[in-house]
Design a protein around this ligand. Sequence first.
Ligand code: SF4
Ligand code: SF4
Length: 530
Amino acid sequence: MLIDTLKLIELTMSNPISRRVLQAGLSRTSNGSTRIECALDAFTGNRQSGYGICDRLYVLAIQGILHGGCRLFNFEANMLRHYARDPIVRRGIVSVLGGIARYGVTKPQLLNAPFLVVWNLTNLCNLRCQHCYQSAGAAAPNELELEEKIRVVRELADAGVVSVALSGGEPLIHPHFFSIVAEAKKNGMFVAVATNGIVIDECMAQRLKDVGVGYVEISLDSTRPELHDEFRGVSGSWKRTIEGIKNCVRVGLYTVIATTVTQLNVAEVADLIRLAKSLGAKRFTHFNFIPTGRAREILDLDLSPMEREELLKLLYQESKTIGIECLSTSPQYARVVLQNSKGEAVAPTHFYVGDGSGGDLQTLADFIGGCGCGRLYCAIQPNGDVTPCVFMPQSIVGNLRRSSFLEIWQESELLRRLRNREFLEAACGSCKYKLVCGGCRARAIGYIEDFAAPDPGCIYNQKAWTELHSFNASERQIAFTDIYVIRSGTGVYRQQGMVLGSSCVGAASFRETNTFSNSFGLEEPIDQRA
Ligand code: SF4
Ligand code: SF4
């Protein structure tokens, strides 16, 4: 789906005339759709009449751009028409064209609205996993009411969001779940669910299928029931999760097994992939360890950069032979696949694009750009807070009770900064793969408390990892809990409490410090604020 969408970046180009035409397409017609949407409807034959003269002229202009792009890149116009008939692909195309209209062609590409919103519907959960980024358990006291959630779904749809992934906590035990899915489907969005699978009996699997859920991602930590149960905090959970996977596969749901890989299970990843295949899953996804939520209490279980590198190579090798897709949420996977395929394959973080041949894949990888936080995707917390990524629960860029989704998406200063790879520092900042990968910004915040810092999970950032581990575990825990580094133009500062709201400059109560900073290769000078 995504490759078809992103190919249009190349097809449409961003020459000034095309861009002017695209900008005009952001305005709405009398039926409430944007002109770009109407033009694509006409292009695909979904709608031929009912437009005014201006709209018809606009449709012709857009068709001219698309046909010209097809000729230029030797791409069959009929093939493009075929792809664009899928309503989800069409939403993606609209988002890309809107992004080009607003921002021009950029690397990585910026979008008018995210492809994906991961929505933690609730904090309520029936398990107590050690690595839970949400520290889920009881429902939070201020979670959105059903009417508010319905309004949010409509806002996401109106903004042009392509797909929504419902997560938690455990979304399937929340009474609003099916109402939200139904509303999202009614509004034309693709719906995925991330679940522990515990409550998916045959009836639930069929219900998920019937309501139109298109993708079910089920977490599994081990091939060994006792290890999974210990990690999940509830005995018998492995058995029920396996049953949940089988039930999803049985009713024909697109089923994915996701594993957070740590020191405890890294040796059995190949076996987990085989188990996923034998159960009928379509995909195995490695979830990168991120030090947030309860995972901050198990930092010593994280993989070293070299262990992660070997794991990513294994995933790529397995994906070529095992017969199911093997992906990773580690953005370095994009680099590893490019390097190990000698530029012949692309596997960007979080999204599957597919294999191909020819040098243009490097270009495509640059457009897709690894870490998608705040650019291709963002997250919503149970109380309506919007964050760049589910793994950045404290980096709140707005709240949907107070602002519209599109306002937050377009106006947040932090999101703007996250979209620009030029802000990256140290090894990530000078890395030749920074457009393809960009490092995991959630790991940079979780470990170094600075979203521009190097991701200490990459072999190119071994220095940061080594320095980080020169602290003993208790020192690290204190540092991660109490101190946050922020950066202005002239130095590195720390503050007690959370600072990563809308701006990283100008927060109150600075506390000077002279530890940490050089250890991570951050630039001099530090501690110069009066
Ligand atoms: S140095 Fe940073 S940008 Fe480069 S590959 Fe490693 S994590 Fe990615
Ligand atoms: S910060 Fe980026 S790479 Fe890390 S989990 Fe979020 S989207 Fe993925």
